[in-house]
Write a protein that binds this ligand. Structure first.
Ligand code: NAD
Length: 256
């Protein structure tokens, strides 16, 4: 059970991270929410989740593009039984036009941050004698799409990092796994619809139906609650021997 355990969820003031935080809090975990902003709403969100589920909930600002801030997040949390590396951004453009700074930002936030937080969290998990590292990768950690070079490279990297983390902790009560969602209708997906419309010269409806959900045989978006449930499973005793692997929540995408 996650009751009383402390979970740090990076990039959790929105979308999947928030959904995972909410499900873990509902199950009794103390949650640390995070993003790179420090707004009243960020702290209010933590307060709302804490009150709703009767758990401690705190928001800590840390920019996951900065190695020092990744490590500081884990240190400031004071405990770390469950680390959910979820922060991520996307940019859609062909390789020749892909801006250097977007490439660097995506690799830093979507991949390198998970390395830095994991490096800071492992000693804490080893000391307490239990740990779960859950990396939110993507179907794009297992498959590719055109115009998403940095994202696909970063997510394949996350899957690789997950395997190494699992091997280095294999004989300890610590597991490391990656969740690979297909399309989930979050602000991140909403934001890439206009660029995808441009790349494919398609309407919004056609992008959703013929580009996004065409890869998802179920023809349905996955939900943040389902991803929260998957994270909760990975924290359970039933998943103690599940390590170094990926769990797809993608409506059948990677079956193709
Ligand atoms: P989102 O935009 O709603 O959430 C991304 C979160 O990351 C936000 O909380 C944002 O504030 C945070 N973030 C961005 N830059 C940050 C930074 N520099 N430092 C700290 N936090 C930062 O998007 P989402 O869809 O919920 O994405 C969450 C994760 O799920 C990402 O890693 C994404 O790649 C992955 N994912 C999403 C989908 C999908 O269809 N939505 C599919 C597969 C994987």
């Amino acid at each position: 059970s996650v009751k009383g355990k402390t979970a740090i969820i990076t990039g959790s003031n929105s979308g999947i991270g928030l959904g995972i935080a909410e499900e873990l809090a509902k199950a009794g975990a103390k949650v640390i929410l995070n993003s790179f902003t420090d707004n009243e709403e960020d702290h209010a969100l933590a307060e709302r989740i804490g009150k709703a589920h009767g758990v401690e909930a705190r928001y800590i600002k840390a920019d996951m593009s900065k190695p020092d801030e990744c490590r500081a997040l884990v240190e400031q949390a004071g405990a770390c039984d469950i680390l959910v590396n979820n922060a991520g951004i996307q940019h859609v453009a062909g390789i020749e036009e892909f801006p250097n700074e977007k490439w660097d930002a995506i690799i830093a936030i979507n991949l390198s941050s998970a390395f830095h937080t994991t490096a800071a969290a492992l000693p804490i998990m080893r000391k307490s004698g239990w740990g779960r590292v859950i990396n939110v990768a993507s179907a794009h950690g297992l498959r590719a799409s055109p115009f998403k070079s940095a994202y696909v490279a970063a997510k394949h990297g996350v899957v690789g990092l997950t395997k190494v983390t699992a091997l280095e902790t294999a004989q300890e009560p610590i597991t490391a796994n990656a969740i690979c969602p297909g399309y989930v209708l979050t602000p991140l997906v909403e934001a890439q619809i206009p660029d995808t419309m441009k790349e494919y010269d398609m309407s919004r409806e056609d992008v959703i139906k013929d580009v996004m959900l065409t890869r998802q045989p179920s023809k349905e978006f996955a939900t943040v609650e389902q991803l929260g449930g998957t994270a909760l499973y990975l924290c359970s005793d039933a998943a103690a021997q599940v390590t170094g692997t990926t769990i797809s929540v993608d409506g059948g995408w990677t079956a193709m």
